[in-house]
Design a protein around this ligand. Structure first.
Ligand SMILES: Nc1nc2c(ncn2[C@@H]2O[C@H](COP(=O)(O)O)[C@@H](O)[C@H]2O)c(=O)[nH]1
Ligand SMILES: [Mn+2]
Length: 246
């Protein structure tokens, strides 16, 4: 639910009002994206110049100058996975709209923004440049930005400021404080996990634990430092009513 509107003019422009029910869908290409990534990582490794030491970070780059076909192949595969992700979210949103209309009659539920991340996108400008973001999202000038907190904490709708220092990016979420594995080893006390008062529906009980609010960093300072650094400005804050975890 939209709990507070901070930038009224921008919120009005995006059709966002305090008290509205807002639905956030976080889903991408999942299996397809992972498959594309793993396949191209192996391919890039096999194309690494013979006799040259492997990069310590395990990231095998492809050269546009020397391997243009491989670069084009990778970009096409990534775009296919991203399109699959767009379509997933489109269909999920449409199923939700249908159900809302069955229950409440005509409901508009317009799209505020579909924000891709973990993706390579072209940079606007005369030079041919690309940015690959991981754990970050685009925050170009005037662009909507959504930074989710957790199933127990606030999420934020912001507007990007196109900061050149951080390549027009913002964080993709509050970010993990504790790994999924570590969460699985913790006790199942609701209080310890920050699950008190959290309404979460899931068919996979382990998800509730792995992604419990205690697994994530506090969203307040994550937003505050990005605003302070000039990456984005807050438009509205949302509070979770209910979460579905696949
Ligand atoms: N509003 C919610 N935000 C959530 C929830 N679970 C996680 N998160 C946030 O999303 C980001 C991105 O997740 P990732 O799996 O792509 O890394 C994460 O950093 C959290 O801040 C939730 O149930 N509701
Ligand atoms: Mn994500």
């Amino acid at each position: 639910m939209v709990e507070e509107v901070v930038d009224r003019a921008r919120a009005r422009q995006w059709d966002v009002r305090a008290g509205q029910v807002a639905i956030m869908i976080h889903s991408g290409s999942r299996g397809v994206g992972k498959h594309v990534g793993a396949m191209w990582r192996d391919r890039a490794r096999s194309m690494w110049p013979k006799g040259q030491k492997f990069p310590p970070e395990g990231l095998f780059s492809l050269s546009l100058a020397d391997q243009p076909e491989a670069v084009a192949g990778y970009m096409q595969a990534e775009a296919t996975a991203a399109n699959y992700g767009f379509l997933n979210r489109l269909l999920l949103a449409e199923l939700l709209r249908q159900r809302l209309r069955e229950l409440f009659g005509e409901v508009a539920a317009p799209l505020v923004y579909d924000l891709p991340h973990n993706i390579t996108l072209p940079v606007e400008g005369p030079a041919r440049r690309w940015i690959t973001r991981k754990g970050a999202c685009p925050a170009g000038l005037e662009q909507p930005v959504i930074i989710p907190g957790s199933m127990g904490a606030a999420s934020y709708l912001l507007v990007g400021r196109g900061s050149p220092h951080l390549l027009g990016s913002a964080s993709h979420g509050a970010g993990r404080a504790t790994s999924r594995f570590e969460m699985g080893r913790r006790g199942r006390e609701t209080e310890d996990l920050g699950l008190a008062g959290v309404d979460c529906i899931t068919l996979r009980e382990e998800r509730r634990i792995e992604e419990a609010p205690a697994a994530y960093k506090p969203i307040g300072p994550v937003i505050a430092c990005q605003v302070e650094a000039g990456l984005c400005d807050v438009v509205a804050r949302m509070r979770p009513l209910m979460t579905f975890k696949a």
